[in-house]
Design a protein around this ligand. Structure first.
Ligand SMILES: Nc1nc2c(ncn2[C@@H]2O[C@H](COP(=O)(O)OP(=O)(O)OP(=O)(O)O)[C@@H](O)[C@H]2O)c(=O)[nH]1
Ligand SMILES: [Mg+2]
Length: 298
């Protein structure tokens, strides 16, 4: 029997916990069982009480105090400790059946998603070990940041780094769409939802309109005359190479999330379900055949 889960990831404050709560709320509304796992050893306030909370194993504040570590080193220590004590996750998750959506709410320290091999080992345990969880990564980036091109590319590269490191189905989400107001901001954002890799060479700032001549120049750039985000010919070549790299992986597309909007949350959940093949695994049920158990949210 498979299990099904989503790993909610992304930089600090991107809206991971809010999205996790919105998913739980949506599951409750649609009478679908879900199971909430908090893996942020510094998280304190929850809209929904976690079914598993890493803080019952280890807390960031204790580690910082006892090991004299800062918040980032402390977090890495917490995850190393979790990897040495995987029964803490395995035992309760073993009881979770295939009807449940298991939501893993991750911390926001970017180190976790870039170079340390902790997350790949955790994911390997969850997906390929006895738990056999079909998982999808949901990588959140804040929409208000990404309309700024350098931040957009930095965010995209961090998402790509996580994707390459974890080797699992992956969707990118632009969170906090309710903060993108007005037609100019929306038009700006459209350029980033399915972006052109040459976007870095586009000198416009958020809100600027592009006329035909500018668009032509961008499509057919004259390296001698164009100004660049960072400036300088070698930076132009670097920008172009980064844009091309992202394009070659064809992974730069984003789903829009407005957590206040039930339909938006439902639409993203259906992408997650497709990625983990949730519906294919569900037995046809009688309408009254509700999941009868005392774990998780249903
Ligand atoms: N307007 C708006 N605010 C949001 C949205 N999602 C989250 N926020 C706010 O953004 C802040 C951070 O949200 P969290 O959900 O805690 O973000 P997080 O990614 O879990 O943060 P860390 O776990 O600290 O990395 C909070 O003040 C939220 O209220 C959203 O969709 N719209
Ligand atoms: Mg959080």
């Amino acid at each position: 029997m498979s299990k099904f889960g989503v790993l909610v990831m992304g930089p600090a404050g991107a809206g991971k916990s809010t999205f996790s709560s919105a998913l739980i709320q949506h599951c409750q509304t649609t009478k679908r069982p879900c199971y909430y796992v908090n893996l942020d050893p510094a998280a304190e306030d929850f809209d929904f009480e976690p079914d598993i909370d890493i803080k019952d194993l280890i807390t960031l504040s204790d580690v910082m105090e006892e090991m004299s570590l800062g918040p980032n080193g402390g977090l890495i220590y917490c995850f190393e400790f979790l990897l040495e004590n995987l029964d803490f996750l395995t035992e309760p998750l073993d009881q979770v059946t295939d009807e449940y959506l298991i939501i893993f709410d991750m911390p926001g320290q970017i180190e976790l998603y870039t170079h340390v091999p902790i997350l790949p080992n955790l994911v390997k345990h969850l997906m390929r070990g006895s738990l056999n969880i079909n998982m999808c990564a949901a990588y959140l980036l804040e929409s208000t940041f990404v309309v700024d091109k350098p931040k957009f590319f930095a965010g995209t590269l961090s998402a790509m780094s996580a994707m390459l490191m974890l080797e699992m189905p992956h969707i990118n989400i632009l969170s906090k769409m309710d903060l993108i107001k007005g037609t100019v901001a929306r038009k700006d954002l459209k350029r980033f939802l399915d972006p052109d890799p040459r976007l870095l060479e586009d000198p416009r700032k958020p809100g600027d309109e592009e006329d035909e001549e500018e668009a032509r120049a961008r499509r057919d750039p004259d390296p001698a005359s164009k100004e660049n985000v960072m400036g300088g010919e070698s930076f132009k070549r670097l920008n172009r190479a980064v844009g091309q790299l992202i394009d070659d992986f064809s992974m730069v597309s984003f789903l829009e999330l407005d957590v206040q909007d039930e339909e938006s949350v439902g639409a993203i959940l259906s992408y997650i379900d497709d990625a983990i093949q949730y519906h294919e695994a569900q037995e046809p049920k009688e309408p009254n055949d509700a999941v009868d158990t005392d774990i998780g949210y249903d």
